[in-house]
Write a protein that binds this ligand. Structure first.
Ligand SMILES: Nc1ncnc2c1ncn2[C@@H]1O[C@H](COP(=O)(O)OP(=O)(O)OP(=O)(O)O)[C@@H](O)[C@H]1O
Ligand SMILES: [Mg+2]
Length: 590
């Protein structure tokens, strides 16, 4: 048997080495655009113009009004490891610029035909022409302060990589994404983008996040998003997120930045999504635009070659801050409004409350409550309210709950007028949200007020239902059901929760058991949550039931005091608003 001799080793010629290194930086036209825009931003540009031809496969041109370069630096900039941004390894810690490797221009130059035109002061410019990594000539030129890099015929000298470029449309979409991301990261900079001579984006400087989003994705899209702005400890989370009722209806977009740098970080996105729990169906993912700012020494942004990932010293805290911030945004009444955009005060600021508010202030909104729907029950099924604990504390902000005049419409909706329009509450969805939160609180604290039945109720179940009952037995008990198995598929129900006087425990229990058969496998917490949601749905007042004025008020107040008043537990809106603007428009008043 012959043994093959070992392969011989040789150091690669530098142009081959450069091409290989370039592969890490320059994957496709969009990565060239990203690097060039980052360089412009690092040079302090206030305005950046990007012109693309043929999806970037033919030409990518990025012009800026930044510092520019003197002649010697313009040549040096195309060399590998040539950078003005760090001088030693020490500078790597806490580096603030986008670039610092001194790789990007060299990498781009090694796989394109490149022209670099730059001037540190008006007039005194330099034009460097290079191709495949070699400088062809250097000339003086006259131009205004700033830099223009034009990269043409990407991968003209690397046929193997050229083959992997996608069609112009697909490469163009990736470029649009990169430019949009940079534009959202740096809203202080004016940015324009054109494709094959057509102007595509023209974004003025000094935009608010909503203005920038409107300029990029359109006004109606931006208008529907909810504001997020919240500080937890040293973490500041601000931005815009989708209303739960809109999630899943259009293209999903996610933008995250950490300390001013756009990042792809599934963990942070997941934290924001956690805040949507119980407002949107599983599998539906919301659009998010969030800027996260943390203390500089608690994050390392330089762990990824394209600088798209970050490492936190305490990731958990950052993720919880994001979840809390988004949750707060979703928790406003306004979060469910459908027509028009505005915020309405959910609480009257402290001060002289109206007489009506005073009167309502004394109405407790959690069990046991004393107003209509929420009153202590005394129906024929019940002999006494057994073991009623004190009402759990309600986190109600300072200020008096002022209740506007309410009207029931179609025995289904509660309507009221507000400064900005007409609002409709869906009585069933709203009550479902109220009961769900009440049940979840009760399960966490183990203190659901139970009602002992005068005559125990006997239920005969099918095998699937009794199996479902057994699996959820502890959760049923935590909800206030006291149930005994009675051999076979028979249950004896001795006590039931009594969330409101019209509650029909037998019907609720039967419907709940039917709904949860086959609900297996989930974690205990999510099983409890689903049970609470199902019981809330079955126990809530239905459409078609007339409500007394006191019941309408109690529902309004209870809904307002939930954490997510604008959403039911299935991801539908509980509140719909018609703004005066919209009404005026329909009557042709503007
Ligand atoms: N648009 C520009 N305006 C002014 N100077 C620039 C511009 N683009 C590049 N330079 C100079 O050229 C140098 C090399 O740029 P290059 O992008 O290759 O490296 P870098 O930005 O320092 O690091 P990285 O490889 O991480 O991007 C920069 O450090 C900067 O001094
Ligand atoms: Mg750079």
């Amino acid at each position: 048997m012959t043994v093959a001799s070992p392969p011989r080793i040789a150091v690669l010629p530098s142009d081959v080495a450069d091409q290989i290194a370039a592969g890490e930086v320059v994957e496709r036209p969009a990565s060239v655009v990203k690097e060039l825009i980052e360089n412009a931003l690092d040079a302090g540009a206030h305005a950046i113009d990007v012109a693309i031809e043929d999806g970037g496969r033919q030409t990518i041109r990025v012009s800026d009004d930044g510092t520019g370069m003197i002649r010697d630096d313009a040549v040096l900039a195309l060399e590998r490891h040539a950078t003005s941004k760090i001088r030693s390894a020490r500078d790597l810690v806490g580096v603030r610029s986008f670039g610092f490797r001194g790789e990007a221009l060299a990498a781009i130059c090694s796989v394109t035909e490149l022209e670099l035109e730059t001037a540190p002061d008006d007039g005194a410019g330099t034009l460097v022409r290079a191709a495949a990594g070699r400088v062809i000539d250097v000339d003086a030129t006259s131009r205004r302060r700033g830099t223009t890099v034009r990269a043409s015929r990407l991968f003209f000298n690397a046929p193997a990589r050229l083959k992997f470029l996608r069609g112009a449309r697909s490469e163009w979409r990736a470029i649009l994404d990169v430019v949009a991301t940079m534009a959202l990261t740096r809203r202080d900079v004016r940015i324009s983008l054109s494709h094959d001579g057509r102007s595509i984006l023209s974004l003025p400087a000094s935009a608010t996040p909503r203005e920038r989003l409107a300029a990029i994705y359109g006004g109606p899209f931006a208008e529907r998003l909810l504001d997020v702005d919240d500080v937890s400890g040293t973490t500041h989370v601000a931005g815009l997120v989708e209303r739960p009722s809109d999630a899943g209806t259009a293209t999903r977009r996610v933008f995250l930045s950490v300390n001013g740098r756009a990042v792809r970080d599934p963990g942070l996105a997941r934290a924001a999504e956690t805040a949507y729990r119980s407002t949107i169906p599983a599998g539906v993912r919301p659009t998010l635009f969030l800027d996260v700012v943390v203390a500089g020494d608690s994050v390392d942004v330089n762990v990824h070659p394209a600088k798209a990932e970050v490492r936190f010293r305490d990731r958990w805290t950052v993720e919880r801050a994001i979840e809390t911030a988004v949750r707060r945004a979703l928790g406003t009444f306004d979060a469910g409004a459908t027509f028009g955009r505005r915020v309405w005060p959910t609480h009257v600021p402290s001060g002289a409350p109206s007489p009506e508010a005073n009167q309502l202030d004394s109405v407790p909104v959690s069990p046991p409550a004393a107003d209509g729907l929420f009153a202590e029950a005394d129906g024929p099924l019940v002999d006494q309210a057994a073991d009623q604990p004190d009402s759990p504390p309600v986190d109600r902000p300072a200020g008096s709950p002022e209740v506007p005049p309410l009207f029931q419409l179609h025995r289904t909706y509660i309507a009221f007028e507000h400064e900005h329009g007409v609002v409709l509450i869906d009585q069933h969805s709203a009550h479902e949200r109220v009961l769900f939160e009440q049940f979840m609180r009760a399960m966490e604290r183990g203190e659901q007020p139970a009602q002992r039945l005068l005559f125990p109720m006997t239920l005969h179940l099918g095998p699937a239902e009794s199996d479902a009952f057994e699996r959820h037995r502890p959760a049923f008990e935590q909800l206030g059901f006291e149930i005994e198995g009675f051999g076979g598929h028979t249950l004896i129900v001795r006590a039931v929760p009594m969330p409101h006087p019209r509650f029909d425990p037998e019907r609720c229990l039967r419907e709940t058991l039917a709904a949860i058969t086959g609900d297996r496998g989930a974690s205990e917490h999510s099983r409890h949550e689903r049970l609470a949601a199902t019981v809330a749905c079955k126990a809530a007042i239905k459409a078609g039931e007339a409500l007394s004025p006191a019941e309408q008020r109690a529902l309004y107040v209870a809904l307002r005091d939930t954490t997510l008043p604008a959403h039911d537990v299935h991801g539908r809106a509980t509140i719909v608003q018609l703004t005066w603007d919209e009404i005026d428009r329909r009557f042709g008043r503007h």
